[in-house]
Design a protein around this ligand. Structure first.
Ligand code: DC
Length: 219
């Protein structure tokens, strides 16, 4: 039996996770935030002070950690790191870790295994291109970098972090560049993905648009 698979890709701050979470709730299907997995590896590597550019060191980190996810939480070695993976330090370093071939291969394996036995909605950068190339629906969300930085600032403020809009725009553009130009599974719209510009839409509007496609009300 083929399960429903919805792939949501796009750059940082395009609204992927919030939209994906909302759709998972409405359809009653599992949601997987794949970015959280790369963040968890980054956090673990930072906590062990390893050189993030050293593939052997990263391999050791990945092989020695256990990763567990629920729809809202992520655990490393049974410790809830859902908050700890969202710090600016992890955000600044995650693109480098996400470039590593072994890290990617191991994360993709876990992601594909989760999609084997159930309907899923996953968000990330390479879901439609690499993780679920035969997904039932593929969406690629984009948004203006200034709008994305504003969204990030709100998220950070809600967690007690202050950041200047200027710095956030720079960080977002740098992360886009690193994610789009890496060798393995770069951030890229799959040929058969539907592109949605979320700049001037609310989360609810984007979620409704996607649900309309899934229900066949929009083509
Ligand atoms: O979605 P996010 O900002 O939490 O993702 C964190 C980083 O992880 C992002 O810079 C790129 C990387 N990532 C990836 O390479 N592949 C994915 N499927 C998801 C995220």
């Amino acid at each position: 039996m083929a399960y429903l698979q919805i792939a949501i890709d796009g750059p940082a701050g395009s609204g992927k996770s919030t939209v994906a979470k909302e759709i998972s709730k409405q359809l009653g299907i599992t949601y997987l935030d794949t970015g959280a997995m790369y963040r968890a590896v980054t956090l673990e590597a930072l906590n062990h002070s390893v050189d993030l550019q050293n593939p052997d060191a990263l391999k050791k980190i990945v092989d020695q950690m256990t990763l567990n996810m629920t729809i809202t939480k992520i655990f490393v070695n049974n410790v809830d790191v859902s908050e700890a993976i969202r710090t600016p330090e992890v955000s600044r370093n995650v693109s480098v870790v996400a470039m590593d071939a072994y890290v990617r291969a191991e994360m993709v394996k876990i992601q594909q295994k989760i999609a084997l036995g159930q309907a899923v909605i996953m968000d990330g950068r390479d879901i439609g291109t690499t993780v679920l190339p035969n997904a039932t629906y593929k969406f690629f969300l984009i948004a203006d970098p200034i709008e994305r930085a504003k969204r990030r600032r709100l998220e950070l403020q809600a967690k007690g972090f202050e950041a200047s809009l200027d710095d956030l725009v720079k960080e977002i553009i740098k992360r886009d560049e690193l994610d789009s130009n890496r060798e393995i599974s770069p951030l890229k719209k799959a040929d058969d993905a539907i592109e949605i510009d979320t700049t001037s839409h609310t989360i609810d509007e984007v979620a409704t648009m996607i649900l309309d496609y899934v229900k066949g009300l929009r083509k």
